[in-house]
Design a protein around this ligand. Structure first.
Ligand code: NAD
Length: 340
């Protein structure tokens, strides 16, 4: 029986990245029945919303989606489809692994971090308004015991299942005493239930510096929504950039897999961007489906192509205009060839 998967190409560079990833995943031989669903600015005219109900119904039925990035207008316009999707389906855990891979030059070759980002509240609740238009505006940051408890349990359970040693809670509880004070207290309470996993905490600004200087000392970073978003881009920078950073949004019985990066609109339609982040999100999806052998095959093939440094996109070459860089689809072809 084929696995039914909702496939959201997204916009910007999303469709080309998702097409490349689809070919790689199909080359594993696992039967995948795709339910293609459109979302984003391009469907506004047709559906009156960038997140049509059909997208949500499809994911509620299949329980699993692979998604390309979707553009969000900056400073104006509709709310983020990406955030909307996570909230509508209560995909409360955002999992973002960042591991250095041979072939990608980095400052710290032993980096192996996982950002566990709370995905439903904090400033992303989107409760904000003008107090006086153009003069003052305010935003409400929500942290609850319920959401903190479940994301902390997710981080510790993930640590146990995946042989991890340490969870670090990231916060700004020295300044945000009510919100991050609660986040830290609840994280400490949950940590006490997992004596086999070490626990510590860091104030977010110090955490950013520590990650640049001594990332090997850290393992799982348990973060409220905004800090997790920012630090996961930092972590992707440590291991080669946004082009190689996969992600997953996980709820109680549904999961949406997508790269950490956005739609990189300036490269749209140019067959230029790196498909690795989306392909590795597909690897996370194969694990989630209970297909570890296929997941391993794809990951090994990605690693081989990266190690050889021949068939890789411009972001992994020494200079941006390196003539030896290959395109998105050609890198996917090389990964498929390496699987064989
Ligand atoms: P971005 O991640 O799209 O791109 C930032 C830079 O990272 C790019 O200019 C490029 O240099 C590099 N980059 C990103 N993906 C790459 C890839 N696959 N290969 C090589 N290089 C890559 O971030 P942005 O420019 O801040 O945001 C663009 C749009 O994406 C915005 O509308 C934003 O809201 C949206 N966004 C969407 C998601 C999502 O869909 N989950 C996530 C983040 C941002």
């Amino acid at each position: 029986m084929a696995y039914s998967i909702t496939l959201i190409p997204g916009d910007g560079t999303g469709p080309e990245l998702v097409a490349a990833t689809r070919r790689v995943l199909e080359a594993t031989g696992i039967a995948l029945a795709w339910d293609v669903q459109e979302a984003g600015a391009d469907v506004m005219d047709r559906y009156g919303t960038p997140l049509p109900e059909a997208v949500l119904s499809s994911i509620r039925a299949t329980k699993v989606a692979l998604k390309g990035p979707i553009t969000t207008p900056i400073g104006t316009g509709f709310r983020s489809v990406n955030v909307g999707l996570r909230l509508a389906l209560d995909l409360y855990a955002n999992l973002r692994p960042a591991r250095a891979m041979e072939g990608i030059p980095v400052y710290h070759p032993n980096v192996d971090l996982v950002v566990v980002r709370e995905n439903t509240e904090c400033l992303y609740a989107g409760i904000e308004h003008d107090v006086i238009p153009n003069v003052a505006a305010e935003s409400i940051r929500i942290i609850t015991r319920h959401a903190t408890e479940r994301i902390a349990r997710f981080a510790f359970d993930y640590a146990r299942t995946n042989g991890r040693r340490l969870v670090t809670a990231v916060h700004k509880a020295n300044i945000l005493k009510a919100t991050d004070g609660l986040f830290l207290r609840v994280a400490q309470e949950v940590a006490a239930e997992y004596p086999d996993i070490a626990f510590n905490d860091r104030i977010v600004d110090n955490m950013a510096m520590q990650l640049v200087q001594r990332p090997e000392e850290y393992d799982i970073l348990l973060c409220p929504n905004l800090f997790g978003d920012i630090l996961s881009d930092l972590c992707s920078g440590l291991v080669g950039g946004l082009g190689v950073a996969p992600g997953a949004n996980i709820g109680r019985d549904m999961a949406v897999f997508e790269p950490v990066h956005g739609s990189a609109p300036k490269y749209a339609g140019q067959n230029k961007v790196n498909p690795t982040a989306t392909i590795l999100s597909g690897v996370l999806m194969l694990h989630h489906l209970g297909e570890p052998a296929a997941a391993q095959r794809v990951e090994m093939a990605v690693r081989k192509v990266l190690r050889e440094r021949r068939s890789v996109t411009h972001d992994l070459k020494p200079t941006r205009d390196d003539q030896s860089a290959v395109g998105t689809q050609e890198m996917a072809d090389a990964i498929i060839a390496a699987m064989a």
